[in-house]
Design a protein around this ligand. Sequence first.
Ligand code: NAD
Length: 464
Amino acid sequence: MVNPKNFAEVLTRQREFFLSGKTKSIDYRIEQLRKLRDLIIENENAIYEALNADFRKSRFETYLSENGYMIMEINEFIKKLKKWAKPERLPSNMLNFPSSSFLMHEPYGLTLIIAPWNYPFQLAMGPLAGAIAAGNCAILKPSELTPATSALMKDLVNDNFDESYIHVIEGDAGVTQSLLAEKFDYIFFTGGIQVGKIIAQAAAKHLTPVTLELGGKSPCIVDGSMSMDLAARRIVWGKFLNNGQTCVAPDYIYVDLKYQEALLNSLKLEIENAFGDNPEESPDLARIVNQKHYNRIKDLIPEGKIYHGGTTNASELYIAPTILQDIDWDDDVMKEEIFGPLLPVLSYKNTEELISTLKRKEKPLALYIFSKRKSFINDILNELSFGGGAINDSVIHYGNPYVPFGGVGQSGYGAYHGKYSFETFSHKKGIVRKSNWLDVPVRYAPYGSKLKWLKKLFKINFEW
Ligand code: NAD
């Protein structure tokens, strides 16, 4: 257990370091990002071992979604940081004539990053790299549910960086609560909805701005106009990556009733293609993170509704990729985010019913549409609110650094990745620089009969 007094001291040192102005230098930030990237490259094997120890994640999926992903993201920061950090010219309006305007990105100061367990490396290091790029100091609190990855990140960061700059503090909810009692200038949280509310409340006490990257039930809509095999292959990949423990995994499928049978069949075939007849023997399928989540997911499997899979092995924390049929909204599996390898398939009869039903649900983190019909796609995009998503694929929008990633409503607020990470961790300071060659006297008292001139100025819609 970490002594709260110790991290109060670390925070004081970080505050002093930030105030020294060292992190304002773009060259300094780039140097630190390079150092972090090189550490990730040099420790490739240690990262594979940690992820394997925590929930038997394969090397391929680890590179794809943890260390390889981070190297790509940091390289993007290094390449673009100078450009992003330049003051941005903004237009001025007639009311401010004569002037020029611009926007500066300034670091917030001390940031707190709280990470979940499901992509324990990337969801900790990604925000950390964003905080560094924007010129902040940071405390990173990894998840206690993936102890090997947490310990590795602690060693990588704390052995190689000054604690007054960035520092990892390991621990559970209690440690997070103690950290939250301190004043930070920005908090970046990734995790569940309930804990997200606790974080937002604690942040409000200090008026600290927050990003909440939460979860929810992300639908996957299939209308039957594209190849069922291709749709099934891409859904199976996105759903069973990390064995379903992905915030943007398709939580459930909503398919046109006429194509339900065909889709169920294709899903089964694609699971067999990917993981063989006995997925427990597949080296590619991760395990459930712990007994508590294993029990929770197992209890969500409704009796008599298994179309495919459904086998479990408690000693191995193994749950097979499982397709559920004849599911409706009253089933337990539809009442919470599944966050595991169960894929319920529901059906709709027409587009109106589909949209009307989904509109009344909480806004999900992601939504996927598998269709070749433009009007159908547009109707869904225009009518439904969700964090982000993909057309004719699942999960892949997460890997595009040019697309902001974040939730809306119950799935959170704020966004990051690529330039959006830099922006999230920066305060946008807007400045108007007044020229002195002319001083329009309209605004000065005594106002007398100047109101008519003010009205005219307000009407001139002119910017430069
Ligand atoms: P969680 O909310 O249980 O834990 C997240 C972090 O909060 C951990 O570091 C944990 O130690 C801390 N924590 C837990 N309880 C706390 C408390 N009472 N007070 C203070 N801190 C506390 O989430 P999890 O189980 O690690 O992750 C799963 C959830 O995260 C899912 O809902 C998933 O959808 C979501 N998620 C979202 C994203 C995203 O990018 N939007 C990514 C991954 C996971």
